[in-house]
Design a protein around this ligand. Structure first.
Ligand code: APR
Ligand code: PHB
Length: 388
């Protein structure tokens, strides 16, 4: 069997790419290692840039997002218990973000892909790539114990940080920074702390109050990398969150039944280049950002925007130039988002290994940003997402 484009991975990157190609009449098959239930159950972040929302609109998968998503025109930044409002909408001349869980984005994209006759092979094991340097790459996988082989024109590896795509690419350079802490995150049935997200810097560490709806909250606290989930009872979590928010905002925290709790490590990572022969990387397969800037899903979306445009130019107009420059185009935006995520992470977290001087510098930097229109504007511009 031959298909124009084989996509590895049914996370947001692979699914969105498949849709973007489909609306232009280009067919693809998605190979996913895990089951549909597993993919739809993964808890991830939840802030969409307008560019990402625009792509969901373009592929016609925006109905539930428009109904259930919450538009936010700002964020709060709290420094040692004192909260400042950042009016992002005003500072950027009208840009906003959409609070809508990535888990819901994934569910909506899968349902729509299947409804339009798209093929997603779940539980495709041992995916391997051959001949990515030739004209007709070959992809093999095992399904229900049987080996299946397909050829294609192009392979899009949208298979996340641990995927097979990047591992198959010769000569790829990996640049990485691992942070000495993680985020302990909970989902709980409770009312949000405020009308918008609160990013809090405190001497005891970072905290974030987010939400999924008027009745479900997503909160995080910075924890040392060595901490285990067993170390954190629900009571300890709520106490620590209140402490980091400071006395006044602590009063606003509504406790509720915690129904998910996990610890995620923080990492900055970029693979260069993002293409080789007929293999293209997109999303977490090529880069990871710490979640402080809410950029992970949005970068996956901008990558597949560029990749879909390049493939469409090839199939519709027989133009290869956009494919040839895909990696350069994508990486230019990726590095800016890496910088923003690194900067937000550095400024808002407590680093045990920093000497007191560096700690004070970081606090002064945040104080400066919060007191300067120019500072708040640069933060806001990056938060809503740089243009494609
Ligand atoms: N074969 C087939 N599928 C694979 C393989 C493999 N060898 N390896 C990984 N996968 C699948 C994973 O099971 C997963 O469903 O690829 C998918 C990758 O999806 P994500 O990890 O969600 O990555 P991506 O689509 O790039 O989404 C970007 O935004 O908020 C961030 O990290 C967060 O997932 C998020 C990301
Ligand atoms: C989330 O709601 O999960 C979330 C929001 C903002 C971030 C990170 C995660 O920066």
């Amino acid at each position: 069997m031959h298909v124009p484009v084989i996509i590895i991975g049914s996370g947001p990157a692979g699914l969105l790419l498949s849709h973007l190609l489909h609306v232009q009449g280009i067919s693809s098959v998605i190979l996913e290692r895990k089951s549909r239930d597993y993919v739809e159950g993964r808890i991830r972040a939840g802030v969409l840039e307008m560019g990402t929302v625009g792509l969901m609109e373009r592929v016609g998968v925006d109905a539930r997002m428009k109904k259930e998503g919450i538009i936010h025109g700002g964020i709060y930044i709290s420094l040692n218990g004192k909260r400042t409002h950042v009016n992002i909408e005003e500072l950027t001349g009208g840009s906003t973000v959409m609070v809508y869980g990535q888990t819901e984005v994934t569910k909506d994209l899968i349902a729509a892909r299947l409804a339009h006759g798209g093929e997603i092979v779940f539980e495709a094991e041992d995916v391997s790539l051959q001949d990515i340097d030739g004209d007709k790459p070959c992809v093999r996988y095992v399904k229900d114990g049987n080996m299946v082989e397909m050829t294609c024109d192009y392979v899009a590896a949208c298979d996340g940080f641990h995927g097979v795509g990047r591992k198959t690419m010769p000569g790829v350079k990996e640049l990485e920074k691992v942070y000495p802490f993680g985020w302990l995150g909970i989902l709980a049935h409770a009312k949000p702390v405020a009308d918008e997200l609160i990013y809090a810097k405190h001497d005891r560490g970072f905290a974030l109050c987010s939400m999924r709806s008027e009745t479900v909250v997503r909160h995080y606290v910075q924890v040392p990398s060595s901490d285990k989930i067993e170390d954190w009872s629900d009571d300890r979590f709520w106490d620590e969150l209140r402490t980091r928010l400071g006395e006044e905002d602590a009063e606003l925290v509504n406790e509720g039944e915690v129904f998910e709790k996990s610890i995620a490590p923080l990492r900055s990572f970029v693979a260069e280049p993002m293409q080789h022969g007929r293999l293209f990387l997109a999303g977490d397969a090529a880069h990871i950002v710490p979640p402080t800037g809410a950029k992970g899903l949005n970068l996956a979306a901008s990558d597949v925007h560029y990749l879909s445009e390049a493939l469409i130019a090839k199939y519709k107009n027989n133009r290869s130039d956009l494919l040839d420059t895909y990696s350069d185009t994508a990486l230019a935006r990726v590095w800016k988002a890496e910088r923003f995520s690194w900067w937000m992470t550095s400024m808002l977290h407590t680093f045990d290994d920093h000497n007191q001087f560096e700690g004070r510098i970081r606090e002064a930097e945040l104080q400066y940003i919060l007191s300067s229109k120019a500072g708040l504007t640069t933060l806001s511009e990056n938060y809503v997402g740089l243009p494609y």
